[in-house]
Design a protein around this ligand. Sequence first.
Ligand code: SF4
Length: 467
Amino acid sequence: MHEECGVFAVAGHPDAAYLTYVGLLALQHRGQEAAGMVTFREPDVFTCHKDLGLVVDVFSKGAVADLSGKYALGHVRYSTKGYNTRENAQPHKAGHLWVASNGDVVNYTSQRIFLEQNDITFLSTNDGELLAKSILFNSQRKGGLVPGILQLMNHVHGTYSAGLLTSNKIMAFRDPAGIRPLVLGQKDGCGVLSSETCALDAIGAKYIREVAPGEIVDLETLATLGTSKNAMNPGRICIFEYIYFARPDSRIRNNLLWQARYEMGRQLAIEDPEKNSDIVMPVPETGNPCAAGFAAQSGLPLIPAIVKNHYVGRTFIKPEQSQRMEAVRIKLNVMRDLVQGKNVMVMEDSIVRGTTTKILVQKLKDAGAKRVSLAISSPPIKFPCFYGIDTGVRKDLIAADLTVDQVREYIGADQLYYLSLPGLLKACKGELSQFCTACLNGDYPIPVNEDGSLPGKAEWENGRQGV
Ligand code: SF4
């Protein structure tokens, strides 16, 4: 499963571009395909730099120095639906405003057709551009940016946790369901916007609060400028931000995610149906806090017997099984001496297609493990995500049609069990109605068609090939 995007912005600070660069570095885990930043210096003078690649590759020292001005808006991107092209890199421009967003617009096709029928042209197939052009279109008719964004929230459905830069102003806004995180902070008295709190820590900013679902905020004063009439309270934050996506040192709804994942591990130990393992180990690194919680609750020794090579990029993800085997061998190494003859309990955050997990189980057995059990810190993923996460389509999801025992058989484990939904909610300290859990139970907070389909950008792009 891959992450989606990250947004960061600073308003009114003399080092806005450098601080945004550091913020984007801290959000790199949310998207590694493209990065970009736009700054405002004086009326009509905006400077934008964006390209494909990691933040360190896109922004050389000189590139950051060229981005002068006290207002900066940046973005890191992973393409969940749109193509990975330079044109799709964010932020996007419409007139004198720029938008950077995290999420997926689910009625992209109908909204784009509507705007094109009104003589608006597009340079990309990215949501950020659609949001920017919708806001400009609405603002011109509704008499200002705030009514323009509120109108957007009435008609553009899906997820968008976004920043908007215009002359002397940055605004933050979040879709009415609030599925993707977005937080506000302050650095030297200046407003900061970030997808996650870990990036506030990276620049030494103070955490202030989350942007509420459907809220529009002035980043300079941190004052609410408007709220959508459709806003859900407290919103339906994606539960996978807790399980896996967001960094463990980030906080959501005032919960440290490391702690939430530790609690998931404790719950898994309570729910373990067999309780006959000798050691517990994480799949590095997302499984680390979870394994610590499991070990604390069960009393088993925590042995991190799998070492990850951090310098292997996604270029090693290959289509053939034999190539994937090789990629996992390069990426994850099992320390034979630590697992030989042992009943091992492995902690993993999720199983999507099951191919990597199958290879890992085989590696542990090849290393001499007597028995391999897998505990997964989420319930089975049975439905696709339409809100900005690349889970693939339903037929790719191994748990969509197979029973837990059939999945166990496929991956070759001796025991497989998933954290229950009540156990997960307990660890996340919330009620079911406060989260998006659609990929687990099919309860989509933003409605989808009866067959679970939505008109998405993939269809749009495929239909536009060669146009
Ligand atoms: S469908 Fe799943 S991954 Fe997508 S937003 Fe909802 S909980 Fe998160």
